[in-house]
Design a protein around this ligand. Structure first.
Ligand code: ATP
Length: 368
């Protein structure tokens, strides 16, 4: 199910020209954004870009200075947090230490107008969903960090909110548990159909769990797209550089048949790119290409784009190595190659003269 494939799909959340100021500081700057029902949506960006502020406005803990926020077509700005069909799971989990897992999950339901006999069924369902059945009678200090995280999740889903906000939900877990828990989160999101909005610093996490990602910078949206679009087709140099590793090279464009050339150094051949971008000739631009799209070889290959250089650095990463290749004075290109030979740490070594090559569809031309 991919809601963005269906243009008729109504958005669950709509931010319309939302601005949030704290004194004269603008934390959110005239932001417009739709989030669809049943999406797993990630807000990603550097510290201070406004992710948490945006999420707190959804929860009702901050009020926009300007603009409106709609949930199912209803303006929720005047609606207090506890009357919104929205729940928020905090990083600290905030579990009650003296209550059992069962009682922690039931807590919010008991304070609602849900009939008593339904509460038990609902808690049991949440315990199953989060695979906590065996731990129902334990107190928070008698379970692991990952299990506590699941209790917090079960509790925040118990009232079946339309929207669940997750603020760095896996921040307290170690890397391995974090990776496992990402898949659990995805399963739970899919089986409940609840719309999840996650705030994270961790780009890998955003790319793993989310169906769409918003990259934010300075209170604005730099790009909103699926993880693969963000990675393969970033629209600005900021996004290209923020997500993953990238080679960026500044130059000027000229139009060719079916594409363009990027002229970056008078003594070097231009880079050929097939592109639909409506750039005019002689525009200042950047060519962006991921290191794994750049092939490295000892012999000159027959390819559209070929550059010769010298290896000046190697990062050994186990399955792959990243080679830093100087292609012109002070211009370093990174290329990745798989390490296939057993017990051989690398295929090439320092000072090797090598050829870098790539196809004309492997990179993109960016003007911002
Ligand atoms: P982080 O990843 O570090 O949590 P963030 O992207 O979530 O960052 P926000 O917490 O949304 O960032 O903050 C955005 C900006 O607004 C920051 O510069 C922050 O200092 C400022 N800000 C947030 N809340 C307030 C407040 N109550 N008063 C004044 N400034 C605030």
């Amino acid at each position: 199910f991919a809601p963005w494939d269906d243009p008729a799909q109504k958005p669950l959340i709509q931010f319309k020209n939302v601005t949030k100021r704290f004194g004269d500081f603008t934390a959110i700057d005239n932001l417009t954004l739709d989030i669809y029902a049943q999406e797993f949506f990630a807000l990603l960006g550097p510290s201070g870009c406004g992710k948490t502020t945006l999420m707190r406005m959804l929860g009702g803990f901050e009020t926009p200075t300007e603009g409106r926020i709609f949930l199912d077509g209803v303006d929720i700005v005047p609606v207090p947090p506890n009357e919104r069909p929205v729940n928020m799971m905090f990083q600290s989990y905030a579990l009650f230490p003296h209550l059992t897992v069962w009682e922690n999950i039931a807590f919010g339901l008991k304070r609602s107008d849900m009939p008593r006999d339904q509460i038990g069924d609902r808690v049991e369902k949440m315990l199953k969903l989060t695979q906590l059945d065996k731990f129902a009678k334990r107190k928070p200090h008698q379970i692991s960090g990952g299990q506590r995280q699941r209790v917090a999740l079960a509790r925040s889903l118990a009232k079946a909110p339309k929207l669940l906000l997750l603020d760095e939900p896996l921040g307290a877990l170690d890397k391995k548990l974090r990776n496992e828990t990402q898949f659990e989160l995805m399963d739970i999101q899919e089986s409940t159909g609840t719309t999840f909005v996650i705030v994270t610093h961790d780009q890998e996490e955003a790319m793993t769990v989310a169906s769409r990602v918003a990259v934010m910078v300075d209170g604005q949206l730099a790009q909103v797209a699926t993880p693969d679009q963000i990675y393969e087709a970033p629209t600005t140099t900021y996004v290209a550089d923020f997500i993953g590793d990238v080679n960026l090279i500044a130059g000027k464009s000229s139009l060719t048949d079916g594409g363009m050339d990027v002229h970056w150094d008078d003594n070097q051949p231009a880079i050929h790119v097939t592109t639909n971008s409506p750039l005019s000739a002689r525009t200042a631009c950047h060519f962006a290409i991921r290191p794994e799209k750049v092939s490295i070889s000892a012999e000159k290959p027959d390819a559209v784009n070929v550059m010769k250089g010298k290896i000046i650095d190697i990062a050994y990463l186990g399955n792959i190595s990243t080679y830093h290749v100087e292609i012109a004075a002070g211009v370093i290109f990174k290329a990745q190659a798989t390490n296939t030979r057993r017990l051989s740490r690398r295929t090439y070594t320092w000072e090797d003269e090598v050829y870098l090559s790539w196809t004309d569809t492997a990179g993109v031309v960016l003007t911002e």
